[in-house]
Design a protein around this ligand. Structure first.
Ligand SMILES: Cc1ncc(COP(=O)(O)O)c(C=O)c1O
Length: 366
């Protein structure tokens, strides 16, 4: 049986009627930028995340950049984040003019280690970007505590964690600004690039809306230069349809995660752990293996697709050579990089498929 890593076609098949109808309606309306459908999705997704305001963006990457710009963070400033995230997190920092400062992660969850944040703070630090990696929120209480003691802003990168909970609530996962990606393979995925920024602060929301739309307050009146970071209406309408199904899809993901976890009981296959305060939405299901590359190859030869998120931590990427980090700087993330393997994870997986992955992986490491 061929088992893909994600199967967007299988998902589409379950909602084809609603999606096709919505796409047709948007095309018929010819309202491709702005309008009611965009406003409705912004409101619905804000309600979903328990934030007060949502401003649609062109991607999760532009969302992060927009958040930093709106907070006035730029040249001469430093922003702290985890070294094992996708490069979009730190591109946003660099594009704002600020400098990225990396910290290591907690070994068993692979999320930023709050105990290491404080040592990375300097007089130039302005913000912390916790990344809710793999769908699991970072430990927000200690991060909030550090931020408030040092007067720092929190931008939560929630690109992978739509609907995740910290201490029993979605709201508790939010930062001063929270950024989402709706990249097609995400738990809530568009049919192209899309993202959103969330905040409870009406001034910040207004500022992000202005900056995302060329700094304009009417058609040709520009307070300042901004960006074209808008979320287009077709994507918003598609996302609004899919949002209705998201909780059901998340429950499926969680049940697959339980099935995997119950099967991986010995030391040879060690799942990344869910912290007791966190409810992960399992964007990715990641296990740690002594010989990851061999297992990956063995699964591949049985037509089971897997991934590595991420194979090289950012501080060791060529793009960040100029920051001057060397190997050994962040041992937890570096060790994990050699061991992690992401297994197939999407709502439409069947129990039979999950069992086949389990059997194949056990045989590969046995
Ligand atoms: C942690 C993280 N941050 C940011 C992004 C950027 O999102 P996008 O691809 O929508 O620009 C992604 C995903 O691609 C991500 O996984």
């Amino acid at each position: 049986m061929r088992i893909p890593f994600v199967d967007l076609k299988a998902q589409y098949a379950t909602i084809k009627g609603e999606i096709d109808e919505t796409i047709n309606a948007v095309v018929e309306s010819t309202q491709f930028i702005g309008g009611e459908r965009l406003a409705t999705f912004e409101k619905n997704f804000a309600d979903y995340t328990e934030a007060r305001y949502g401003v649609g963006c062109s991607s999760g990457t532009s969302a992060i950049h927009l958040a930093l710009c709106a907070l006035g963070i730029g040249k001469g400033d430093e922003v702290i984040t985890a070294c094992n995230t996708f490069i979009a997190t730190t591109e946003g920092i660099t594009h704002s003019g600020a400098k990225t400062v990396f910290v290591d992660v907690i070994d068993d969850t692979q999320n930023i280690d709050p105990e290491r944040i404080e040592a990375a703070i300097t007089p130039r630090t302005r913000a912390i970007i916790p990344v809710h990696l793999y769908g699991q929120p970072a430990l927000m209480d200690p991060i909030r505590d550090i931020a408030s003691r040092h007067g720092l802003k929190i931008i939560a990168d929630a690109a992978q964690s739509h609907g995740a909970e910290y201490k029993g609530s979605r709201r508790e996962t939010l930062g001063d600004i929270t950024t989402y990606s709706f990249y097609p393979g995400k738990n809530l995925g568009a049919y192209g690039d899309a993202g959103m920024v969330m905040t409870d602060d009406s001034e910040l929301a207004d500022r992000m809306r202005l900056l995302a739309n060329h700094g304009r307050y009417d058609k040709y009146s520009h307070i300042e230069e901004g960006y074209n970071y808008r979320l287009d209406t077709l994507q918003a309408a598609i996302l609004d349809v899919k949002l209705r199904h998201l909780d059901r899809w998340t429950e499926k993901r969680r049940s697959h995660a339980v099935r995997y976890a119950e099967a991986f009981t010995d030391e040879s296959i060690r799942p990344v752990q869910e912290n007791p305060h966190c409810k992960s939405v399992y964007h990715l299901y990641v296990v740690r293996l002594t010989d990851r590359d061999r297992a990956m190859e063995a699964l591949g030869s049985r037509s089971i697709a897997t991934g590595v998120h991420y194979p090289v931590p950012l501080h060791l990427q060529k793009a960040y050579e100029y920051l001057g980090y060397s190997e050994g700087a962040f041992p937890n993330a570096e060790k994990a990089t050699r061991e992690i393997l992401s297994l197939p994870m999407f709502a439409e997986l069947t129990n039979e498929m999950v069992d086949e992955v389990i059997t194949a992986l056990k045989e590969a490491v046995g």
